[in-house]
Design a protein around this ligand. Structure first.
Ligand code: NAP
Length: 489
């Protein structure tokens, strides 16, 4: 295995990500097997190992520390701080925490768990909008002076943040998602790394397994596997994204390699200071992945991949929505999220509303009247004009509307008791959810505008809200909210 340099840090040209032993991708093998695989990676030439206090939390660092103790002096161990994890208990609190005192305590825990005297590479896992990056860099600088840390890294940081951090404490490596299907670092971050002499470590270099060709639209994921909730791994997205895997297979066949090897070789070919850290729980796959180092991609191959990849539009956001919001917020504070939300489209409740609450972001429900359906003024038998988007929506077929009428009946019942209209109850229900929710009902009629505005005067008591909740929870909404590829809004 050749050596590459991340700044002044020498590492094997392919590293090893150990996160999946913390069950991110479903069940992990038992302890002894995990140790065997990590040591096996070292025996096969890997000298660069990646973990984080958040993996577990803590258990992954303990595992890596134990596995690498016999070869400690031969390897580079990277770990990360930054999530709001209780340094004593490992319990995860909401959000991030890069306050200097927290970083110092986190590092002491890491040293113990990793069984090392110094951390070779310490990354901030996510930029904390509440702590100036200069303070973070200065804290790491002091830890370096104290001998507890050797090198400083940042993960998923924006260009301006990297520059500011680098001015206080030189940054050795940036770790961000990068692969043939996630090319966000190319316009800004990679050029900046080149300019400042910072190394780059792509995480999920195999596209969380998708680029290996061993996943298709029919693959079932375990419940604990994060891909179950990832927009890029819905069945539809996978079916569409297979075009990229087909491209990798074509190149792989010509090179007598595997798609995973081509995906990694492509990364290695981008810059001499890029070191991918593929993760796998199986030793034979470690071997396969390391084989990428011997695959030579010529300028012609790279041009062919580039041209073919340019024609493929990758479907599905790479991260669940809450994570995307958090990342954007660290670069530029977000004032508001606008998503569909109403009594019949409650998806934001699971993830997006809690993150808005945590970060102080407002929420603007679009289609707060369920595209008109919740007003009780849509006649299920009337049908829609072809120019009306609802004519395409599964939720507006006559059968779906008939079934969904139960929700309108509920709104009517509450409205009658309050001397209001169903539309007003639908809007008052939204207003009652959070004081920072502002619905934007649309209408072409002034009388309806007045009707909608008057919802602000309706008070729904706790008892009303409980009644609505109880009744609504018994109603199963029929029909998907959109067609999945509609182009309206
Ligand atoms: N900084 C950050 O925020 C961040 C975020 C995510 C990850 N990371 C780091 O990056 C490392 C790598 O990323 P990742 O693990 O998310 O994604 P990845 O390396 O792109 O892919 C891992 C997935 O691919 C499968 N896989 C690996 N090699 C394979 C092969 N040759 N053939 C078929 N399947 C294969 C693994 O399953 P099996 O285990 O079943 O082989 C696993 O499900 C992590 O371990 C972690 O250290 C950092």
């Amino acid at each position: 295995m050749q050596i590459r340099h991340l700044g002044s840090l020498a590492v094997s040209e392919i590293g090893y990500g150990t996160m999946s032993f913390a069950s991110t991708y479903g069940e992990a093998p038992d302890h002894a097997e995990a140790i065997r695989v990590i040591r096996g990676a070292y025996e096969r030439g890997v000298t660069f190992f990646d973990t984080a206090e958040a993996y577990g939390p803590f258990t992954n660092e303990e595992l890596v520390g134990e596995a690498l103790a016999p070869v400690r002096d031969q390897v580079v161990i990277a770990t990360k701080f930054g999530w709001n994890i209780n340094p004593n208990t490992g319990e995860r609190g909401p959000g991030l925490n890069s306050r200097p005192d927290h970083i110092k305590r986190a590092v002491d825990g890491m040293l113990r768990r990793l069984k090392v005297e110094t951390i070779d590479l310490l990354y901030q896992h996510r930029v904390d909008p509440d702590v100036p990056i200069e303070d973070v860099a200065d804290t790491v600088k002091n830890l370096i002076t104290a001998g507890k840390v050797k090198h400083f890294g940042l993960s998923e940081a924006g260009a301006a943040t990297i520059r500011r951090a680098h001015a206080v404490q030189p940054v050795t490596a940036i770790q961000s998602e990068y692969s043939l299907w996630t090319r966000d670092p190319e316009p800004e971050i990679l050029p900046l790394c080149g300019e400042l002499g910072i190394g780059f470590v792509p995480w999920s270099p195999l596209g969380a397994g998708f680029l290996t060709g061993r996943i298709d639209a029919t693959t079932a994921f375990e419940e604990t596997d994060f891909r179950t909730g990832s927009p890029r791994f819905t069945k539809e997205a996978r079916a569409a994204n297979l075009a990229l895997v087909d491209l990798l297979k074509t190149i792989a066949d010509a090179k007598q390699a595997t798609p995973a090897q081509i995906a990694l070789a492509w990364l290695l070919a981008q810059k001499t200071w890029i070191v991918p850290i593929p993760g796998t729980r199986r030793l034979e796959r470690v071997e396969e992945n390391l084989g990428a180092a011997t695959v030579v991609l010529t300028a012609g191959d790279l041009g062919e991949i580039e041209a073919a990849a340019a024609k493929i539009t990758v479907q599905g956001a790479r991260l669940p929505e809450a994570m995307t919001i958090r990342r954007a917020h660290t670069v530029q504070p977000v004032a508001a999220i606008q998503n569909e939300y109403s009594l019949w489209a409650r998806d934001p409740e699971a993830e997006v509303l809690p993150i808005c609450e945590e970060l102080g972001i407002g929420f603007v429900p679009w289609s707060p009247l369920g595209q008109g359906f919740l007003t009780g003024k849509v006649d299920p038998k009337a049908g829609f004009d072809k120019s009306d988007v609802r004519s395409w929506f599964p939720r507006f077929t006559p059968e779906a509307m008939l079934a969904n009428q139960a929700l309108v009946d509920l709104l009517k019942r509450i409205a009658d008791a309050k001397g209001a209209t169903p539309a007003q109850i639908a809007l008052a229900w939204l207003l009652a959810q959070k004081p920072w929710i502002v619905p934007i009902p649309g209408t072409r009629k002034l009388t309806r505008l007045e009707e909608n505005m008057a919802s602000a005067d309706i008070e729904l008591t706790d008892a009303d809200l409980r009644e609505i909740e109880a009744a609504a929870s018994k109603i199963e909404i029929k029909g998907a909210r959109g067609t999945g590829h509609e182009v309206y809004g």
